[in-house]
Design a protein around this ligand. Structure first.
Ligand code: MG
Length: 307
């Protein structure tokens, strides 16, 4: 089972305040040491769009050759791809949207235009000798348009897969999906010719459904799940959104099911606590991390009382 870690990019991009590059680099090193082998590090967007990621080159420079993990970078266009290749990305992620409204708000085009651009970009990434991951944002629901038709998502996923994306990540961008909807979308992609083994689920826990959705996807044969250490990240388009599914919560469930991930849960929890201390974040948006840290603190107190 593959856990695809999005904390440094998708997580920190949406956090308030800018995290120093050295802290981001240390976060990436700690995640790799905890066993993360697929890590989305940053995004080569124009710095004026996402100031939190304006240090993409500097961060990649600090990590270059020193990270035992796939180093994935999100790119929005040809210029971003050139920057990612020059910076040493080993894999590139491209973005599409299942709805017109999100595409207009975020990608400055409509749904079909975003898909055409992503397909073209995928070809360029493959020409550069790198692997490609294709995101479908708003693959379940959109705050403006409501529930999204699985057939529309399947069409986009099939186009990305056909263009050469190794993975198609289905983004529950606002965290509104429910397990039956996940089952329907995975089935629609299968009917459109996309092997389930090529799918990933990118969940948000806004409505508390993220792990239930993962479980539905697991039963349907999906083998890659996106998550963010400490539940970092929010969605600016979903009021009340709690962020990405926390890596620790996902790993707790997968290990409980007897499914190996290669990840060290204790190290992930310590990484969350370390980062929270450095970013001044109150609490950690992971139930498993919070519970494990509380159990640790209580064990330490007990030991102290005994001596
Ligand atoms: Mg996300």
């Amino acid at each position: 089972m593959t856990v695809y870690e999005v904390g440094p990019r998708d997580g920190l991009q949406a956090e308030p305040g800018v995290v120093p590059t050295a802290v981001k680099a240390e976060l990436c090193r700690r995640l790799a040491a905890a066993g993360v082998r697929r890590l989305e590090v940053t995004s080569f967007v124009a710095p004026r769009w996402v100031p939190a990621l304006a240090d993409a080159e500097a961060l990649m420079g600090q990590l270059r050759g020193r990270l035992d993990a796939e180093t994935v970078c999100l790119v929005p266009n040809r210029r971003g791809l050139q920057r990612a290749v020059a910076a040493g990305a080993t894999e590139v992620a491209v973005l599409t949207s299942a709805t017109d409204t999100f595409a207009r708000a975020n990608l400055n085009t409509d749904r079909d235009g975003a898909l055409r651009a992503a397909v073209e970009l995928t070809g360029l990434v493959l020409d550069a000798g790198l692997r490609v991951r294709g995101y479908v944002s708003m693959a379940f629901a959109d705050p403006w348009e409501g529930p999204v038709d699985p057939a529309a998502v399947a069409g986009i996923g099939a186009a990305l897969h056909g263009a050469g994306c190794r993975t198609v990540s289905l983004g529950d961008t606002i965290g509104a999906a429910t397990p039956g909807h996940v089952t329907a979308v995975v089935a629609a992609l299968g009917a459109a010719g996309v092997p389930t083994g090529a799918l990933a689920l990118h969940g948000h826990d806004t409505y508390g459904q993220a792990l239930a959705n993962v479980y539905a996807a697991l039963l349907a044969g999906v083998t890659e799940f996106d998550a963010s250490v400490g539940g970092l990240g929010r969605c600016p388009y979903a009021p009340g959104a709690t962020g990405n599914l926390a890596t620790e919560d996902l790993v707790w469930m997968l290990h409980g099911l007897g499914i190996a991930t290669g990840l060290d849960l204790d190290q992930l929890v310590r990484t969350s606590a370390w980062l929270a201390a450095r970013t001044g974040r109150a609490g950690i948006a992971s139930r498993a991390a919070t519970a494990l840290l509380a159990a640790d603190a209580s064990a330490t107190e007990t030991e102290g009382a005994a001596t």
